[in-house]
Ligand binder design. Sequence first.
Ligand code: BTN
Length: 319
Amino acid sequence: MKSEILKLLRESEGYVSGQQLCEHFGVSRTAVWKVINQLKEEGYQIEAVRNKGYHIVDCSDIMSREELQSQMNTVWAGREIAYFEETDSTNTQAKKLGDAGAPHGTLAVADKQCAGKGRRGRGWDSPSGSGIFMSILLRPDMEPSKAPMLTLVMAVSVAQAVCETEGVDTLIKWPNDIVVNGKKVCGILTEMSTEVDFINHVVIGVGINVNTGAFPEEIAQKATSLRLEMGHPVKRSPLIASVMHFFEVNYEQFQKVGNLSFLQETYNRMLVNRDRDVRILAPGNEYNAHAIGINEQGELLVRRGDGRTEAVYSGEVSV
Ligand code: BTN
């Protein structure tokens, strides 16, 4: 009931009367009053005016399961939420939930991770209040060879969500770093549990630097946060809900089409490396090339010095 009261208060322009809430939920005035008090204790600013009712002044960056549920406008993505004040890694938690039978679309979210994982065995710094640390559990009906494309589907979804909710120009560095003003604000780590020709589940972990105030000197040239770029703090829960919305829409198209053709143009428009000379850092193979854009499989098409076009399917690029 708490998340639904929050949703109702947020969606109404003016005041919602106690009577309306009682009737809507079929509960007593005291029960409504108790929930309102709990919400106030959690940090929500709710005005209660006699003969008018309740009105929410939505200003703080609150994270809880109910807050996230109240923001979510999806059918399956992020409808089930496991929220942690602190955990090792949301990817690890989502995998555990997957092994225990949690449904497609279950989302693990943490305020803080003490063993956040990055790509290529790196860590992911995840202090409390600073960022979005979340992992979605998927049970895709597709061949395991197609699963890496899901990471690109998520990359576009995050870029679309950041652009829509924050109004900031957001680009993608192939394959899946989200970049604002030339610096990384988000990384994505996909992990999979498969049989030979069958996917048990896929976990896509997303780390967004939202309110990080400063970065260590060694990465300050390359990393940034939304707050640093926009000059004001950003609320995490609406951004999480927006990522889930875009991901759900894009994922359903991907399931239908079976490749990235429907997203190729959007991705390539956001591709920071497009039409640029880049250095390809493929496993055991580094070389310079000219980046053209992704193909339907999400591979990066590059032109080599001798004029040959090649599709790079794994690795990273440095500009
Ligand atoms: C990268 O190295 O760019 C990928 C970073 C991915 C970090 C996210 S934070 C939420 C999820 N849980 C993890 O342990 N890692 C991912």
